[in-house]
Structures are given as C-alpha cells and as structure tokens.
Design a protein around this ligand. Structure first.
Ligand code: COA
Length: 335
C-alpha cells in the first residue's frame, strides 16, 4: 500500500475587499456585531467584470500549487474539486479546470460536501493514491458565494459570514519513505440537512415552477442557516473527529503541531482550541480576512500557514471540518 503527501499548495482570493462597514451600508448590521460573533473583519468578493468564477479562481490557485510541486498540468492524473458553488448546475467544475489547464483527458470528480468538501476531497484522492492507481492528483476547494447571498437585512446572519476564494493542493505518491497522510475520517448526519441549506434552484424546484411562482414567495433561492444549532453541533463534531483521528494513530492532542480548522467562525475555532488545550501557535485562523469560504477555507489557510513558515517537516498537521449536511471530517498529516 502506498501513502500520499502534499507536494504543492496554492491559493487565490479576488482583489475586491468588502469590509463590515461596507455591508452595513446594505443591511442593518455593524462591524461590532460581526466581529464579536464571528471574528470576521473583511472578506473578498468577486467583482463583476474581474474575470473570476469558481473555476477560474480554482485554476489560479492550482497553477501555484502545481508550480510549487514542480509539476505541469500534464503530470496530473485526476482532479478532485470540492465546491458548493460551481459555475454551472451541471457539468461540475472539475471538467472546467481540466479544459482551462490543458490537461489530458483525466478523470474530474466534483465533491459536494460544503464546508467539509476539502477534507472529503483529500480523502478521496488519498484512496486513489494508496491503491497505486494514480501518482499525482489535484485537489481543489473553490467558492463563489458573493453572487448568491441576500444582502438585505433578512439575509444578514448568512451574508456577513461568507466570502469568495480558492485553494489547491497536489497530492503525490509519497516516495520519501516518511510521513504523508496518516489517515482521514469522514462522517455525515442527513437528518440535519435543512439547518444549513440552499434548497433552490434544484430538482426540488424545477424551471417551470420557478417561472410560474413568484420567487419572492416560496422558492428559497438564498441559503438558510440556523446559526445557533449549527454552532452547537460544530463544536461537538470538530472535537470528536479530531480525537478520532488522533486515536487511530495512537496520538494525543499534545502531538498536534498545527490544527487547520475549517474557518466557520473564529469563536468555533477558539472553542476547539480551548477544549483541546492547544496553544495559539498550534491553530491557524484567517477568517478575520476572508470570512467563511466553505470548501476553500482549509486549503487557503493551509497554504498561508505553510507560506508563513508555520508548518515544518515532521510536524503533525490536522485538518478538520464541519458543515452543511451535516458532514464533518478530519485528516491527519505528518508533514
Ligand atoms: N448583524 C446584526 N445583527 C444580526 C446579524 C447581523 N449580521 N445577524 C443576526 N443578527 C441578530 C439576530 O436577528 C438576532 O436578533 P434578535 O435577538 O433581535 O432576534 C440577534 O442578532 C442574535 O441572533 P443569533 O442568531 O442568536 O446570534 P448568534 O449569537 O447565534 O450568532 C451566528 C449568529 C450566525 C454568528 C452564529 O450562530 C454562528 O456563527 N453560527 C455558526 C455558523 C457557522 O459556523 N456556519 C458555517 C458552518 S460550516
């Protein structure tokens, strides 16, 4: 059985910075409320005409990751693309990346697991490498939220939280004989699917129905989130799945050198940090600058932590995520 390691990381966020004060001009909110409840100071939004889409941002992040891995698009044997905001309803974003990057006719798989998407995607890629089927897989998380949020007061609990961006990792067969991805742990609990969801447009609301009905009336085009319910479940599941991963590898919380939690809310990250008794230097957060970028949040944070020299060879790096579905997961990586 082979193992895989991350051989290259990259990220991209749009240039357009949207501050809390900018949002308070559109809806009844304010900088103090947003910072106190979420830790977010600003986020990036795609600007009309800047050329960015979910797939375009994915390509920009992937180009950096590939270069750092010392590979070209022709070396990639599979794409695993996590997003809840693909450019099109179908086909998924993976095929767009394949085309834009000029890759061979490699398999392109979209993962639909929202905030847990990147951890799920890493796990899928890891299995293909473990079995020996592929040597180099491009794993992406990219999201364009800003085009689909409700910027009136009605949508304020959701629209202040989410931002746009992309991150990518190249997973490579580990021929170094040390470290790599130790294990991944995935879960779901569909009974909570309605607590954080965007029900339409979808096959629940096919086009004739959309045309017939006044969209304002019944069809939920904007994401819905039961914030407190999500919060309570998140703090339990994050801790559980991190401990599950540690136990599977006979490790303890004191072995963690760097925890990269999905950037859902700074309060959630701080709660987990306290619960696991981790130091500030052992947890990386950048939600202050980008908001919650869903599937992109972990690869963006991982890339930045690595760029800042906070991840060194031999470190135990833990990725952990929780989100809509509910779904959650962790990945234990020896760097
Ligand atoms: N600005 C100002 N006030 C706002 C607001 C905003 N952007 N959004 C909501 N409010 C108001 C509410 O309307 C409510 O007002 P009321 O008391 O008059 O009814 C009040 O603030 C408190 O709302 P509540 O939802 O109870 O706040 P909260 O403390 O739970 O914080 C979240 C809201 C969304 C920040 C918090 O629940 C959260 O972060 N949940 C987890 C979300 C998450 O992580 N999602 C991603 C999962 S991957």
């Amino acid at each position: 059985m082979y193992t895989s390691r991350i051989s290259g990381l990259g990220s991209y966020v749009p240039e357009n910075i949207v501050t809390n004060d900018d949002l308070s001009k559109l809806m009844d909110t304010n900088d103090e409320w947003i910072q106190e409840r979420t830790g977010i100071k600003e986020r990036r939004h795609i600007k009309k005409g800047d050329g960015n889409t979910t797939s375009v941002m994915a390509v920009k992040a992937s180009e950096i990751a590939l270069e750092r891995a010392g590979l070209t698009p022709k070396d990639i044997e599979m794409i695993v693309f996590a997003t809840l905001s693909p450019d099109m309803y179908f086909p998924g974003g993976g095929v767009e990346v394949q085309e834009m990057m000029g890759m061979d006719t490699v398999p392109a798989l979209d993962v639909r697991n929202q905030c847990s998407g990147f951890v799920y995607a890493i796990s899928v890629a890891d299995q293909f490498i473990k079995t020996g089927m592929y040597k180099n897989i491009l794993v992406i998380g990219s999201e364009h939220h800003s085009g689909g949020l409700d910027y009136t007061t009605r949508g304020r609990n959701v629209s202040v939280i989410f931002g746009d961006g992309a991150g990518a990792a190249v997973l490579t067969r580990n021929e170094t004989g040390r470290g790599g991805i130790l294990s991944t742990h995935l879960h779901s609990e569909g009974k909570h699917k309605d607590e954080l969801a965007l029900p339409g447009p979808s096959t629940s609301y096919w086009v004739p129905e959309i045309i017939e009905k006044n969209p304002q009336e019944n069809i939920p085009y904007y994401p819905y989130m039961n914030g407190q319910f999500v919060f309570k479940h998140a703090i339990v599941r994050f801790s559980e799945v991190i401990k599950e991963g540690l136990q599977a590898n006979n490790l303890t919380t004191s072995d963690i050198d760097m925890l990269i939690p999905h950037q859902a809310n700074l309060r959630i990250s701080q709660f987990i940090q306290r619960k696991l008794k981790l130091g500030d230097e052992n947890v990386y957060n950048n939600i202050q600058r980008y908001g919650n970028t869903t599937a992109a949040s972990i690869p963006i944070a991982l890339t930045e932590a690595w760029e800042e020299g906070k991840i060194k060879e031999g470190d135990l790096v833990v990725l952990a995520a929780f989100g809509s579905g509910f779904t959650w997961g962790s990945a234990m990586i020896r760097w």
